[in-house]
Design a protein around this ligand. Sequence first.
Ligand code: S3P
Length: 178
Amino acid sequence: MRNIILIGFMGCGKSTIGKKLSGRLELPVYDTDELIERNTGCRIAELFATKGEEAFRAMETDLLAELCEQKGRCIYATGGGVPLREENRQLLRQLGTVVWLRISPETAYQRLKNDTKRPILQGENPKEKIQELIVSREGAYTACADIIVDVDHKGREAIVEEILAAIEREAADETVGD
Ligand code: S3P
């Protein structure tokens, strides 16, 4: 069985669902934002402010490359911008089964409208920004997703069940293909 990687837009529930999956599958879970914060000793917002977005994106790429060297199966919850670089999409595919938690702009806005931690959303019109980013990122998420789960109007348990069922189907297909 392969690692499970959760991708998707901010607010789609990667960290929460990652923890739930970790409990169900008895596997460790790691969050790429948290790993970067731990490695640098800085909050993401601080990294954006002091080093800029490009430097942060390079840290994401370096981290993914490191994770690809790790042994043992685990779950990764990734920052929403990780799939933007082609290089990262390749690393994600190499790392394991990629699950895209797809969220609509409306639901994302409802969940993120009072957010203060995500630097990208601190501008004038977060609603428009969310809409624009989700549309522009769709291609990147689609390009590396093995499994797509829509999260709007679904409870956490239902999402976890859907992921587990899809992963089992994938694993069965892989066995047939061997
Ligand atoms: C970002 C998403 C954030 C974090 C950073 C940039 C993005 O992670 O990596 O603020 O570009 O979508 P979450 O998706 O966990 O909020």
